[in-house]
Design a protein around this ligand. Sequence first.
Ligand code: AMP
Length: 294
Amino acid sequence: MIILKSKFETKKIISAFKNQQHSIGFIPTMGALHKGHISLINKAKSECSIVIASIFVNPTQFNNLNDLKNYPRTFEADCIMLEKAGCNVIFAPEIAEMYSEKELELKNLKIEDKAWTEGKLVDFGTLEIVMEGAHRPGHFNGVAQIVSKLFRIIEPDKTYFGQKDFQQLAIIRSMVEQLSMPIEIIDCPILREPNGLAMSSRNERLTTEQRKTAALISKTLFQVKNFYTSKSIAELKKFAEQQLNAEPQFKLEYFEIADVNTLKPASEYKANQKLIACVALQLGEIRLIDNILL
Ligand code: AMP
């Protein structure tokens, strides 16, 4: 496994692989890897001859400085996990390799600046203003900014994203389409802990007790799926909100039932419409998200 920090060197090595007719599978990550990330690597291994993972805690997608500071960083353990999984290349740049000072200055880690979207490279429409977009202003600008940079360096044939971040997946699909990037996006199912809690790097910061409490999130989603179509959407929302609000340790940000394509909130069942239930809440200092396809 090769570990690279320079974008030029990464580009050179990938060109050499491409000249040898290799197919390139790419998995962007922020490190602090768990089995969920490794499931993406495994999927890429089964479809591509060279698998590249990036590890980069992207400052421009954080709208909370504390979250950025406290984001778990476990680079050495990550490398061991990736090597075991058969990853071929890790691209782990420093911030200065990915952003000019001017870009960071413009952002100043505050998303209100919207430096990137003002250039009107892409228009995410409602995708970036509902749910996560509404609660983390500018988050998706930062995500699109870094992922587009990574795609331009790596130029993968296929890229792998988890359904855990369903709205992010929609944003990346929209970006790739609007920028005509010849990259196939593969979405991968959510990996969960035995108690149902969706695996996440942020779970590292939960206490054992909090992890037990957090199981109520997925339990609620599974119940909503069970009640699907036997109750109205309004009833499903009411049930989930009441159950989650009844847990004193949770601070519910949103529970939404939305169209899987537009992510616009749904108020009634429509023929041929696929829906997804999405939730975000704060448990202590940790913000957790989860979803389920209905
Ligand atoms: P992150 O390091 O959190 O930016 O995540 C990197 C990739 O791993 C994203 O595409 C995530 O959606 C995906 N991912 C994170 N957690 C899980 C999970 N529990 N199951 C499947 N994929 C996941």
